[in-house]
Write a protein that binds this ligand. Sequence first.
Ligand SMILES: Nc1ncnc2c1ncn2[C@@H]1O[C@H](COP(=O)(O)OP(=O)(O)OP(=O)(O)O)[C@@H](O)[C@H]1O
Ligand SMILES: [Mg+2]
Length: 243
Amino acid sequence: MSALLEVAGLTRRFGGLIAVDSLDFAVEPGEIVGLLGPNGSGKTTVLNLLSGVLRPDAGRIVFRGQAIAGSPAHRIARLGMARTFQLVRPLASLSCRDNVLAGLAFGRRNAWGDAARAEADRLLERVGLGLAGDTLPGALTYIDQKRLELARALALQPELLLLDEWLAGLNPTELDAGIALVRGLSGQGITILLVEHVMDAIRSLCRRCLVMNTGRLIATGSPAEVLADPEVVRAYLGDEADA
Ligand SMILES: Nc1ncnc2c1ncn2[C@@H]1O[C@H](COP(=O)(O)OP(=O)(O)OP(=O)(O)O)[C@@H](O)[C@H]1O
Ligand SMILES: [Mg+2]
């Protein structure tokens, strides 16, 4: 068994709603896997279950050979899983550099002092925020807040990075840069699970996608395969008809 992440029977209910319904999938080291599905299909809930923000009602999550379902978020982060949030949530009273330093301090290396500051600045530079070290997050544009969010996640030195619509809301130039950045992280050896509605990004980054609808996995395959799948088409058209 060589998967970096293996999920079996993963289930989470909110009252009477089954947001994630008996999900089975695996992610191999080095992959960029797309997680798609219409609004409300359960994608963010899956990331919350994987990263320990929510506890599953049932199912197994094995990450780097360790059963982590129900483990606290900080333990999962220390094992090497980091994520960005769909709704960005920086520490508002800390500068961008200190936000990243917080990630470094709580991460796998317990970095501190001058070395940590240099590493924080390097990570800010990596995501295109090289000049923003002393800036407060509230002064950043939305896109730059997302960049900061990514730098904080990278400070944990993840082996698996979960991105929740990190590329949403970018203009075409920013999108190209964002895609190149994600590809670069993959080239650096980080495995990526990418929740995304931007199909151009999915097509250019992912060899394999998982598609959810109403909490269930309805298709897996290449972007071209899943986007041609009648059930996937129906799920998305149904979503548009409801909108
Ligand atoms: N904390 C919660 N309490 C109650 N219901 C929730 C909670 N979180 C999510 N849900 C519900 O679970 C379902 C799945 O939500 P989720 O946020 O996982 O969807 P999503 O696929 O990420 O959607 P989107 O593409 O809009 O981000 C939705 O019906 C949502 O309203
Ligand atoms: Mg979501």
